[in-house]
Design a protein around this ligand. Structure first.
Ligand SMILES: Nc1ncnc2c1ncn2[C@@H]1O[C@H](COP(=O)(O)OP(=O)(O)OP(=O)(O)O)[C@@H](O)[C@H]1O
Length: 655
């Protein structure tokens, strides 16, 4: 495909063109083959996969559709035979009244066939309409179910993310494939009927009919392929354009959009990107027009030669006038149904490309899914032990974790501190069982994580991170969703609300716990960042309280949005969450929050460099002591109400 020139807007915003390199479309190392042959080769399999979904969804409906379509094909053949008999009667010898009488049976049969045909068509439409939403639902459910159980590593892999994006079109395509399949089946059957009649009339007519349709088929397939390649190549570009338009209207960006004048700036870039997308549309439209012109010309030539051949056959006495009359009608209806068939097969082909992505996603997702089942996790494990854990993100040279070993005994509070990017969040994901170490091991008691039933591991982990999910549901459900399967009314939630100090937050809401926490909906309320963190803490309490077995509570920067008093209360609450059967792991930059931890680990560029209690680490005068001293000095300075007075402006004044 011709790569359009990149817009200045894209260059400035994204540092280059945003196009898929089509790498996502490679299957088991074989590059995507978009030729017509490959389309024809793979289509039956994809049609079969759609029909399988339809079969699973509503067997009787699918059978009725099939029978109705075959019925319509037979009706078309009988109709043509009736036309032939009418032609013979009308063009035969005898008085006009006698000829009309002779034509009457054929006319009656034709009328009955038309009524029967309409009945079959109605039946087929109603059952196909019933199947379509079912098939779409099944395909959507397959897609969503597969996406929610893949390993986190897959979600963070850009290649796989692209496949997730592309595959989302598959469900709607599977739905459209039903009507395209029905129409294609209809076209095929009536074409077979017409072809049969034409062969009976004269053997030379059938190849001529195929010759008329072949160029149209070629043209339609070519246009579909070009459109598909273009859509796939430009998917990221389209997404980026949508991203910019969302940013311009999003609430979170509203302040900078106004104060920094980002609005006009981004709008101009949006225009630039839209122009380069429009250039691609123009290129496609021109290509389509040219292809269709060539196809129509070739098809017209074939049509003219067919009529020429028929004329010659009549002149040479090889064909009667009545047969020629029927043949003209049959060729016309045959080429019309061939044209429709080509269109439908073309639509099938186009939709099947998206269904193929959907199926490819399902296959890859199955390969990257969190394994089902595994060893049972004993109720009591005593400790969680990491030994020599190494983890490197794809396309990163340095590992995010490098030979990390630590032990989390039940009943203990462990803190992990370190600079930005030192690997703390990655360590938490490994601890939670979301990422499996590339080398080294994680043991829950004696059992190794990779052999354990991961759903049981997840059941034992509670996670409270600073960017925890703010669900657009009621306040009550925002707490209960910590363990959605645990039933509970508002009174049951009260201990969690009180524990997190969230009672004043709930009291302020117009409908208490029943208030909807999503600004986008009418009548909903919005919470501040700190208020949300209290809801998050209540959710964590709700989850941890219902787990009597040995478990791990991971808390990652839980107090970043809290005021000083709330922060002290939150750290106190987190410490109280530690129980004899729970190990608490705390990640924070607030050194005051970690000093009471039983063990503190210092992470530096993926390696654990120090560990011990607060007093031990302070006495060691290492990295931890330096970090603590820096923060303490800041607080001391604040205590004296000192305000920085730079001796010189930090940014030189413009001269
Ligand atoms: N999904 C990812 N893909 C590639 N690299 C990643 C990904 N997530 C993190 N990294 C990299 O791994 C390293 C460790 O990141 P991590 O988020 O674990 O650090 P952190 O200590 O939690 O940082 P912070 O204190 O800023 O939250 C960083 O260099 C980061 O850029």
């Amino acid at each position: 495909m011709v790569e359009p020139t990149i817009s200045a807007a894209e260059q400035e915003l994204f540092g280059g063109p945003l196009r898929y390199d089509m790498g996502f479309a490679e299957h088991e190392g074989a590059p995507l083959d978009l030729t017509m042959l490959s389309a024809i080769r793979t289509m039956p399999r994809l049609v079969a996969s759609t029909l399988r979904r339809a079969w699973a969804a509503d067997r009787p409906a699918l059978l009725v559709v099939g029978i109705s379509e075959v019925g319509q094909g037979i009706a078309a053949a009988v109709g043509l035979l009736a036309v032939n008999s009418v032609m013979h009667a009308l063009l035969g010898s005898g008085a006009p009244v006698d000829r009309l009488h002779a034509a009457l049976p054929g006319l009656i049969v034709g009328a009955v066939v038309a009524v029967v045909n309409a009945g079959f068509a109605g039946l087929s439409t109603s059952r196909a309409g019933r199947l379509e939403p079912l098939v779409e639902r099944i395909a959507t459910t397959e897609y969503l179910a597969a996406a929610t159980v893949v390993e986190l590593e897959a979600i963070e892999d850009p290649e796989f993310r692209r496949l997730i994006d592309v595959a989302q079109f598959g469900a709607a395509s599977a739905r459209r494939m039903i009507s395209a399949c029905v129409a294609a089946l209809n076209g095929t059957i009536s074409l077979i009927a017409t072809a049969g009649i034409l062969t009976v009339l004269h053997p030379a007519l059938l190849p001529m009919l195929l010759l008329i349709a072949a160029p149209r088929g070629w043209g339609a397939m070519r246009v579909a392929q070009q459109r598909y390649v273009s859509v796939m190549t430009w998917v990221e570009h389209v997404r980026a354009g949508r991203l910019i338009s969302n940013l311009l209207t999003e609430r979170t960006a509203a302040q900078e959009v106004r104060i920094h004048g980002v609005g006009a700036f981004l709008l101009e870039k949006y225009r630039g990107m839209a122009e380069s997308a429009e250039a691609e549309q123009k290129r496609l439209a021109n290509g389509k027009a040219l292809t269709e012109l060539v196809a129509a010309a070739l098809s017209g030539l074939a049509m003219a030669s067919t009529y020429g051949v028929m004329l010659w056959l009549i002149m040479a006495g090889h064909m009667s006038l009545a047969v020629a009359g029927t043949a003209v009608i049959a060729v016309r209806s045959g080429s019309a149904s061939l044209g429709a068939l080509v269109m439908n097969v073309n639509q099938l082909h186009e939709e099947s490309l998206y269904v193929r992505d959907h199926d490819r996603f399902l296959t890859q997702a199955a390969g990257r899914a969190i394994p089902d089942g595994g060893q049972q996790l004993p109720e009591r494990v005593g400790q969680v032990l990491l030994e020599g854990v190494t983890y490197a993100y794809p396309e990163r040279d340095a590992p995010a974790l490098d030979g990390v070993s630590l032990v989390l005994p039940m009943g203990s509070v462990t803190a992990v501190v370190g600079e930005n990017g030192s690997g703390k969040s990655t360590l938490m994901k490994v601890l939670a069982g979301l990422l499996l170490p590339q080398s080294g091991t994680v043991h829950w008691g004696d059992a190794e994580l990779s052999g354990l039933d991961r759903s049981q591991v997840f059941d034992r982990v509670s996670l409270l991170t600073q960017d925890f999910q703010r669900w657009p549901v009621t306040a009550a459900l925002n707490i209960r969703i910590g363990r959605p399967g645990r039933p509970g009314g508002h009174e049951d939630l009260q201990p969690s609300v009180d524990f997190a100090g969230a009672a004043p937050v709930i009291a302020k809401l117009p409908h208490g716990l029943l208030s909807l926490l999503a600004r986008v909906f009418r009548g909903a309320s919005e919470l501040s960042g700190g208020e949300w963190q209290k809801i998050g803490l209540a959710r964590t309490h709700w989850r941890t309280e219902s787990c009597p077995a040995d478990s791990v509570l991971i808390v990652d920067e839980p107090t970043s949005a809290l005021d000083p008093e709330a922060e002290i209360a939150a750290f106190d609450a987190i410490r109280r969450l530690a129980g004899p059967h729970r190990a608490v792991v705390l990640v924070t930059h607030r050194m005051s929050g970690v000093r009471h931890a039983d063990t503190i680990h210092v992470l530096d560029r993926g390696r654990l460099t120090e560990h011990g209690s607060h007093d031990e680490l302070m006495a060691a005068r290492g990295r931890y002591a330096a970090m603590f001293a820096t923060q303490a000095a800041q607080y001391a300075a604040r205590g004296r109400a000192s305000v920085p007075h730079p001796s010189a402006p930090p940014v030189p004044e413009p001269s």
